[in-house]
Write a protein that binds this ligand. Sequence first.
Ligand SMILES: [Zn+2]
Length: 412
Amino acid sequence: MSAAAPRFAPEMMARLDELGRISENPENLTRTTFSPEHKQANSLVLDWMHQAGMVAHEDAAGNVVGLYAGSDPARPRLMLGSHLDTVRNAGKYDGMLGVVAAIACVAELHKQQKRLPFGIEVIGFSNEEGTRFGVAMTGSRAVAGTFTAELFEAKYRNGVSYREALAGFGLDETRIPAIARKAGEIAAFMELHIEQGPVLERNGLALGVVTAISGARRYRVDMKGLAGHAGTVPMGGRQDALLAAAEVALFIEKRCTGTPTLVGTVGQMEAFPGAVNVIPGAARFSIDIRAAEDAVRDVAADAVLAEIPLIAARRNVQATITALYDSKATPCDAALMDQVEAAILAQGVPTMRLPSGAGHDAMTVAPLCPVGMIFMRCTKGISHNPLEAVLPEDVELATRALYHFIEHFPGT
Ligand SMILES: [Zn+2]
């Protein structure tokens, strides 16, 4: 790594801290979509965009959008960015890093009075996490032209609907369709994001090239057995629904272990009636299976689905499986992967290719244009947690790599 003084990191770390202080909750970082703090964060980011020489505005979906014009306005633009909303009790780098880094790169171009042939759009997306309404990535969906009317009705627990909150934020829902970028307007989208996993750190690497955003299949499974007295019903002949659920969970662990990128999780499990002295007569649990390749994920998910009735039959309980969610993997563009890899190697550091197990705005933007992602190491892979941490030297490297990528972007 070059020993030159950091160009980007000191200001960026200060900005990430500043954004991280804008929170609905004084105890932790929580910034949900269309909250007063969302407005405050947007206006701060708009200031930074203006300082970086961009023409910037807040759009109809609550995204902040900055444009640094190119010398040839007819050329498709390069889009950069990530999200500005957070989960509850969040870390301050998830999402914000990609926005702050993109602005830092444009500020550097501006400082050097450099125009590229293509324009650069920087976006701070709203509502990537889905914390407030239960639906995620509405900001990037609006930009990609895949925002659908039923999203307006989305509401989580007893809160207001997306439509009501949008109006309360001072936005006009009828203008959402107009912010969709047209085919051919955007040459590519590149998102820098913390890895949110431990792979880079374990490999001693600061930066990685993302190959694909894994698709996921999710199910709810209900097991129905027979409740009985914990003291009087002998072990043989019980119809314990929770033990059947537990056996499925262990089968998922076994089936999903040892295949690269494949992961399977039972994240929720409940026993009914849920009393210390009653054999569980019913159990309900969730299944989440992901992989970077659809075929790998589908074969594993199908194997799990085939095993559930066998386990249920052996334990004399009934299983009902409900499919909840099925999303295909989003491959990153091969040429963008090569360009990002070259940009990282140009910083004098090694890198690796890895998939993203988590969803990102890049996935939603993919129908619009080729997409790519750069992953940056975060401490112990921790995210969605106030313990989320990054190294300033990694931030410097990541931003230099992004800047190199932008300067060498061939456009179309
Ligand atoms: Zn994120």
